[in-house]
Ligand binder design. Sequence first.
Ligand SMILES: [Zn+2]
Ligand SMILES: [Zn+2]
Length: 118
Amino acid sequence: MAMSDAAAPAYLATTDRELTDRAYDLLEAGQLTVSPHGSGDVYGFVVAGPCPRCAHHIVDRQVSVALTGTGGVGRSADADPVETVVLDVSCGCGSTHVDAPEGLTGCGASFRLELDIV
Ligand SMILES: [Zn+2]
Ligand SMILES: [Zn+2]
């Protein structure tokens, strides 16, 4: 028997901390991946893998991200080379979940990944 959507959770707009924890677990397991894309001044990341809430596959393209590091413009040799990239990801699994607002796909989950980029 194929996997059924019957097991998928109903739509819920949530930023539950547990989702973030699960997202990091998925990252560590290599199931969720974050890949840089773009070049030059246009820089972003693609987050791909299972949604930590509904487990459907999501691909989230972030074209611009906030870099919170102390580096930035005119970085010096003394500066910490590590910058933190903050990615706010919303579930865009493409499935229509029960109780979802009209025409909206995804399970409503949002989570934040903060990654250190060396
Ligand atoms: Zn889903
Ligand atoms: Zn989802």
